[in-house]
Design a protein around this ligand. Structure first.
Ligand SMILES: Cc1ncc(COP(=O)(O)O)c(C=O)c1O
Length: 387
C-alpha cells in the first residue's frame, strides 16, 4: 500500500476523473476479515452491491468469501467472478420471477414477504426443485446512522415484522418446494456505534431465533447482514476497519446454537478504503467570501455527498510545500448540490492540480450515472502501476 502521491506522475498521464483502486490494500482487508472471521467462527459473504468491479470481485472470491446479492444481475456477476453459486445469498424486496428462476440453486433466498415466499415456492415447483430460503426479518433496531441507510425499522420496507412471524412459520411448514434454512437481518450501513447497535441486533436475533425454533423450524444459519462503518475522516489512520470489534461483539451477544452458523455481509468495510476518485482542478473562482475550486469529477461519478451529505476526505496530490488555503470544492454538474466539500483546507491549488476524493471504493462507481450526459469514470488498479 503506497501513499497516493507516489502515483502522481503516472496519474498525470491519465484522463480524469477516474477511480483508482489499491488492490494491495483490498487484499490486506480481505485477509484481515478472514482472520477475524475464522477466530469467531463467522462466515463472511461480501455484499456485491458496494462495488461490482470484476478485478475486485476476483480478489474477494479467491479469498474464499461468499457473496450477498440484491439483484439477479449481481448473482450472475458474482458467479462470473468466481463465487460458487451455493455460497451466494440473495436479498431484495422486489425480486422478479425471472430473477428468482435464474437464481435457483443459490445458498439462500433472503425472503422479504409472505407473498414472495409463495412465489418462490411456485417457481421452484414449476422447475421441479426445492429452493433454500431464509426469512429476512425487520428487527426494529435503530442503527444510529443516516436515515437513508437505516433499514431495520418498521418504517422501512425491508423484511418481515413480528405480526407476520406465526404466519411465516405456518407457511414454511406447509409449502413443499421451499426449505427453511435460517434468518436474515441487516439493520443499516456505516454503523460506528458498533457494540451498541450490533449488540442489540444480536439480542433481537436470538429472541426471534427462539421463536422459530419453538415452531420446530431448525436454523442452519443466522445472517446478521453488513453495516460496519469505516473512517471517512482519517482513512490513512484506519485503512482496515475493525472487524475484530464487530465479530467479537457478535460472539459476546449471540448465544451459540449447535448446528447454526453465523453469516455476515460486509460491503462498505471491505472496499471503501481501497478506492479513490481522482480528479483535476479545472478552474479557481475567487469570491469575496470564499474561493471555489471547480474540479472535473461530479456527483454523477460519486453521488454520496449530494445524496446523503456524506463526507469524503480530499487530498491534494500536488501540494508538497504549498501553503494551505480554504476552498469550496465543487463539481461541474448543473446542480447546486454538486459539492465535494466546503471550507476544505488543502495546499493551494491551481488549474491542473490533482485531487483524490478518498474512501470512494464503496457505493461510488456502482451508483454513478451519465447525468448531464457525462462519461462514467474508468477504473485503474494499483497492481498495474507497481509492476
Ligand atoms: C441486505 C444487505 N446486506 C449487506 C449490505 C452491506 O452493507 P454495508 O455495505 O454497510 O456493509 C447491505 C447494504 O445496504 C444490504 O442491504
Amino acid at each position: 500500500m503506497k501513499d497516493l502521491s507516489a502515483y502522481k506522475n503516472a496519474f498525470s498521464a491519465l484522463e480524469t476523473p477516474f477511480y483508482f483502486y489499491d488492490t494491495e490494500l483490498l487484499s490486506r482487508t480481505v485477509e484481515e476479515v478472514r482472520r477475524a472471521a475464522s477466530k469467531y467462527g463467522i462466515d463472511v459473504h461480501y455484499a456485491v452491491k458496494a462495488n461490482v468491479e470484476e478485478r475486485l470481485l476476483h480478489i474477494i472470491s479467491a479469498a474464499g468469501l461468499g457473496a450477498d446479492a440484491v439483484s439477479g444481475n449481481e448473482v450472475s456477476r458474482a458467479v462470473e467472478c468466481g463465487f460458487p453459486k451455493n455460497r451466494i445469498v440473495f436479498a431484495g424486496v422486489g425480486k422478479t420471477d425471472k430473477e428468482i428462476r435464474n437464481a435457483l440453486g443459490i445458498e439462500a433466498f433472503n425472503v422479504e414477504s409472505l407473498q414472495e415466499l409463495e412465489v418462490i415456492d411456485a417457481i421452484a415447483a414449476s422447475e421441479g426443485v426445492v429452493a433454500d430460503v431464509s426469512l429476512r426479518i425487520n428487527p426494529g433496531v435503530d442503527a444510529h446512522t443516516h436515515k437513508f441507510i437505516t433499514t431495520g425499522l418498521e418504517a422501512n420496507k425491508f423484511g418481515l415484522v413480528p405480526e407476520e412471524f406465526q404466519a411465516a412459520a405456518d407457511l414454511l411448514k406447509r409449502l413443499k418446494s421451499v426449505r427453511f434454512t435460517g434468518l436474515h437481518f441487516h439493520v443499516g450501513s456505516q454503523i460506528t456505534d458498533v457494540q451498541d447497535v450490533f449488540g442489540q441486533e444480536c439480542v433481537r436475533a436470538n429472541e426471534i431465533a427462539n421463536f422459530f425454533e419453538s415452531q420446530g423450524l431448525a436454523l442452519e444459519h443466522i445472517d446478521l447482514g453488513g453495516g460496519l462503518g469505516v473512517d471517512y475522516q482519517t482513512p490513512d489512520r484506519n485503512p482496515v476497519p475493525d472487524f475484530e470489534l464487530w465479530f467479537s461483539t457478535i460472539a459476546n451477544n449471540l448465544p451459540k446454537r449447535p448446528g447454526t452458523r453465523i453469516f455476515t455481509e460486509p460491503g462498505r468495510s471491505i472496499v471503501a478504503q481501497c478506492g479513490s476518485l481522482v480528479t483535476k482542478v479545472l478552474y479557481i473562482k475567487e469570491r469575496q467570501t470564499k474561493t471555489f475550486a471547480v474540479v472535473d469529477a461530479g456527483m454523477n461519478n460519486l453521488v454520496r455527498p449530494a445524496l446523503y451529505g456524506a463526507y469524503h476526505r480530499i487530498d491534494s496530490l500536488d501540494g508538497r510545500g504549498a501553503s494551505a488555503r480554504k476552498y469550496d470544492i465543487v463539481g461541474p454538474i448543473c446542480e447546486s448540490s454538486d459539492v465535494w466539500g466546503t471550507d476544505r483546507e488543502i495546499p493551494e491549488c491551481s488549474r491542473g492540480t490533482l485531487l483524490a476524493i478518498r474512501s470512494a471504493g464503496a457505493y461510488g462507481s456502482v451508483m454513478s450515472s451519465s447525468y448531464n450526459l457525462r462519461d462514467k469514470a474508468p477504473a485503474y488498479f494499483s497492481e498495474d502501476f507497481n509492476k
